[in-house]
Design a protein around this ligand. Structure first.
Ligand SMILES: [Zn+2]
Length: 368
């Protein structure tokens, strides 16, 4: 693929659609020639009955909406593909069971982005390049691991095994070394490890000394470590779980007693796009219900992705047109619900769809 030719430079999607054929039809392939490698993707797009405005989409996310998290993950994948580094960001930073502020702190330590003497000196702050406790070079590894004060804190910490902090040459190795330790039972912690809090308070203690000339002893540091870790874990246990919230949401979905229940399903061969067929089947079901003057409808489907997309207002390249049709058609009902049902509860529609696979797509309608 290269830059567009002069003739194709101003093409829009509508130039690939047939002006004569009904919707859902793409123009035949003479025009496709310069983008032939995308032919399959283009042909899998199901067009809407009504014209849709152009949109910019962020392809790495299923919702097609940009998030900082997805941008960051993508940049990590690209960065990791050019380095042979075995350090797991996931295991050593983002998946550590600890508070969000400490995860952010762990990330900053690896990126050399916390305020320690050596880094402050680089930025022009005077007289801070050396450790006030021992006179050593005050970099991140020193404050968190190799300073004699830090080593005494680690040695007294109620963890096992005690990390080996000799000859560390990178913060990544420091994090990997301390992550092997677990807290001893008398501390009273559950699954949350103690070591992230030790790192955090070693840094706090150093800042206190550097900027306020106040000194915490090793025991004071460890007292704050255990108190804060326990407070955080206790607060976490008091939060309602997502499962409970989900159950509450499900209970909120009340079905009107006079609503018509329909079950739709599609069967497909491996060569076709499953979710697209499910969506076309659902649209046919809704159209059939409208033709039968149904005013309240409950659509049940075993295609979880499709129901999720409709209920969340999400987008998917090949389905955007038909999802728009379904949303527009939905406005014509007094009430309409889209529910996911497991395949076992959708057996009748499933059997009908399979029986009709060779001839056409199918929807089954069952109402009161
Ligand atoms: Zn020191």
């Amino acid at each position: 693929m290269g830059p567009p030719t002069q003739a194709t430079t101003l093409w829009k999607v509508k130039d690939l659609m047939s002006p004569i054929l009904p919707n859902g039809m793409w123009r035949l392939f003479d025009k496709f020639y310069p983008i032939l490698q995308h032919e399959d993707e283009i042909l899998s797009l199901i067009l809407s009955d009504s014209p849709l405005p152009d949109k910019l989409w962020w392809l790495p996310k299923r919702s097609r909406k940009y998030t900082t998290k997805s941008g960051y993950s993508l940049s990590k994948i690209l960065a990791d593909s050019v380095s042979s580094d075995s350090f797991s960001w996931r295991k050593n930073v983002w998946k550590v069971v600890t508070s969000p502020k400490i995860k952010m702190f762990l990330w900053k330590t690896v990126c050399n982005a916390i305020s320690v003497g050596k880094l402050l000196a680089i930025r022009g702050v005077e007289d801070v390049g050396f450790c006030k406790r021992c006179g050593g070079d005050e970099d991140v590894i020193h404050v968190l691991g190799s300073c004699p004060f830090a080593q005494r804190v680690w040695a007294l910490a109620p963890i096992t095994p005690l990390p080996n902090l000799g000859n560390l040459d990178s913060v990544k190795k420091l994090l990997e070394a301390v992550a092997k330790s677990i807290s001893l039972p008398p501390v009273g912690l559950g699954t949350a490890p103690l070591y992230p809090w030790i790192l955090w308070y070693l840094w706090k203690a150093q800042n206190l000394l550097l900027f306020e000339n106040r000194v915490w002893s090793e025991k004071e540091v460890l007292l704050k470590v255990t108190q804060e870790a326990k407070n955080w874990e206790h607060a976490l246990q008091l939060q309602p779980t997502k499962k409970k919230e989900l159950k509450r949401q499900e209970a909120d979905l009340e079905i009107h007693p006079k609503a018509c229940l329909c079950f739709s399903d599609a069967a497909w061969k491996e060569t076709t796009k499953g979710c697209g067929l499910e969506a076309m089947t659902l649209k046919a079901t809704i159209n059939a219900s409208l033709a039968m003057s149904v005013v309240r409808l409950v659509c049940n489907s075993d295609c979880q992705d499709l129901i999720g997309l409709i209920n969340s207002g999400g987008q998917a390249n090949e389905l955007d047109g038909i999802l728009n049709d379904i949303r527009l058609l939905s406005l014509r009902f007094l009430s309409i619900l889209f529910c996911f049902v497991p395949r076992t509860k959708n057996a009748e529609a499933d059997a009908l769809a399979k029986a009709s696979l060779l001839s056409c797509n199918v929807s089954s309608l069952a109402g009161d």
